[in-house]
Design a protein around this ligand. Structure first.
Ligand code: ATP
Ligand code: MG
Length: 298
C-alpha cells in the first residue's frame, strides 16, 4: 500500500493541450500554488493540495501506483491504459470521476479518400496504424474483425502514404489533419474529453475528505462555466417564439411587466453568441440583459 499522506496530490499535463485549462479549472476551485524551481511540482498554498506536472501518458500510471491521488487526463489516454491493463490480466486501478468539458476530441477510424466506406466488415485483413492499440483491439474483437494493429507513437496520419498501414485510428478534432493527408473519418471509437481520474480505491485518510471537497467545488465550477442569466421584456404574443429559441435553457421565469407585457428570465447554458442575441431581439426580446453567473462561495 502507498504510504500515508496528509496532502492531496494531483497530476496534470506539464505542457500541451490540457495543461492550461487544467490549471485554470483547479484555480477556479480555489486552489493556489507555489511553483518549484524545476517546475515539476507545485506546492499548494491555500489548501494541502499539490500538483505534479508530467506528460499526460504518465498520469494513469501515477494514479495506479498511488504516487498521485487524482489526475486530469484525456479519456482517450485513461481508457487506453485501462484497456491495456485488462488485456495484460491486471486489475482495474483507476477510473474517470468527472467529465470536465474541455479537451474534446474523438478517436476515429480514417481511411484514404478514395475508399468507398461500406462499414467495419470491410476491415478484415487490413493493417490499421494507431497510438491506441488496446482500445482498437477491443473494438475489433467486439465486432469479430480480424485486422492487424500497427502501433505507432506519433505521426500516425502519414502511415497510409508511407505504406506501413492501410488506414488509421487516431484522435480527430477539426479534421484538418486528416484532410491534409487525404484521409476521411468513417467510424467513431470514442468520444473523448478531459476527465478527472482517480484510483478505484479512494484513500480513507485525510485525503478522502479533501477529495470530496474538491469534487464538490469542481461540480459547482463545471456546472456554471459559461452559464449566463438572461433577462428581457417581451409582449405576450412573442413569448412562444422566444421559448422555442431558448429550448436548451431552463424554463422561463415570467414576471408581469408594464402594459400587459412580461419580464422574462432564464439561465442559459453554453455560450451566448451575438448571433443568438440578435435572433432573440428579432423574435421580440426587448431590453435584453446578460449577466455572468459566478458560483457563490457560501
Ligand atoms: P505529452 O507531452 O503530455 O505526452 P501529448 O502530445 O501526448 O503531450 P497533447 O497533444 O497535448 O498530448 O494532447 C493532450 C490531450 O488533448 C489528448 O490526449 C486528447 O485527450 C486531447 N485532444 C483534444 N484535441 C486533440 C487533437 N486534435 N489531437 C490530439 N489530442 C487532442
Ligand atoms: Mg502524451
Amino acid at each position: 500500500a502507498a504510504p500515508a499522506r496528509d496532502r492531496l496530490r494531483i497530476a496534470i499535463q506539464k505542457n500541451g493541450r490540457l495543461a492550461e485549462p487544467a490549471r485554470a479549472l483547479l484555480s477556479a476551485c480555489g486552489l493556489s500554488w507555489r511553483e518549484s524551481r524545476d517546475k515539476l511540482f507545485c506546492y499548494g498554498e491555500s489548501l494541502p493540495v499539490d500538483l505534479l506536472l508530467v506528460r499526460d501518458d504518465d498520469i494513469p500510471g501515477l494514479i495506479a501506483d498511488g504516487v498521485c491521488d487524482l489526475g486530469i487526463v484525456g479519456r482517450n489516454e485513461l481508457d487506453e491504459q485501462g484497456a491495456a491493463r485488462v488485456q495484460a490480466g491486471l486489475a482495474p486501478a483507476f477510473h474517470a470521476l468527472r467529465g470536465l468539458g474541455f479537451g474534446q476530441c474523438r478517436l476515429m477510424l480514417a481511411v484514404p479518400d478514395e475508399w468507398e466506406w461500406q462499414g467495419p466488415a470491410q476491415l478484415s485483413g487490413t493493417r490499421i496504424a494507431t497510438s491506441y492499440p488496446a482500445i482498437l483491439k477491443d473494438w475489433l474483437a467486439a465486432r469479430a474483425i480480424d485486422a492487424q494493429v500497427v502501433e505507432l507513437s506519433g505521426s500516425v496520419e502519414i502511415a497510409p502514404r508511407l505504406g506501413t498501414a492501410d488506414l488509421i485510428c487516431d484522435l480527430v478534432s477539426s479534421g484538418a489533419t486528416l484532410r491534409a493527408n487525404q484521409l476521411k473519418p468513417v467510424e467513431t471509437l470514442l468520444d473523448s474529453e478531459a476527465v478527472l481520474a482517480g484510483a478505484v480505491r479512494s484513500p480513507d485518510d485525510a485525503r478522502g475528505a479533501l477529495m470530496a471537497m474538491l469534487l464538490r467545488r469542481l461540480d459547482g465550477v463545471v456546472q456554471v462555466q459559461d452559464r449566463k442569466l438572461l433577462m428581457f421584456r417581451a409582449e405576450q404574443a412573442n413569448v412562444p417564439a422566444l421559448e422555442k429559441l431558448l429550448a436548451d435553457a431552463e424554463p422561463l421565469v415570467r414576471l408581469p411587466a408594464d402594459e400587459g407585457a412580461l419580464r422574462l428570465q432564464t439561465m442559459c447554458p453554453g455560450p451566448l453568441t451575438w448571433q443568438r442575441m440578435e435572433e432573440l431581439e428579432r423574435a421580440g426580446a426587448q431590453q435584453l440583459m446578460v449577466l455572468s453567473v459566478e458560483r457563490s462561495l457560501a
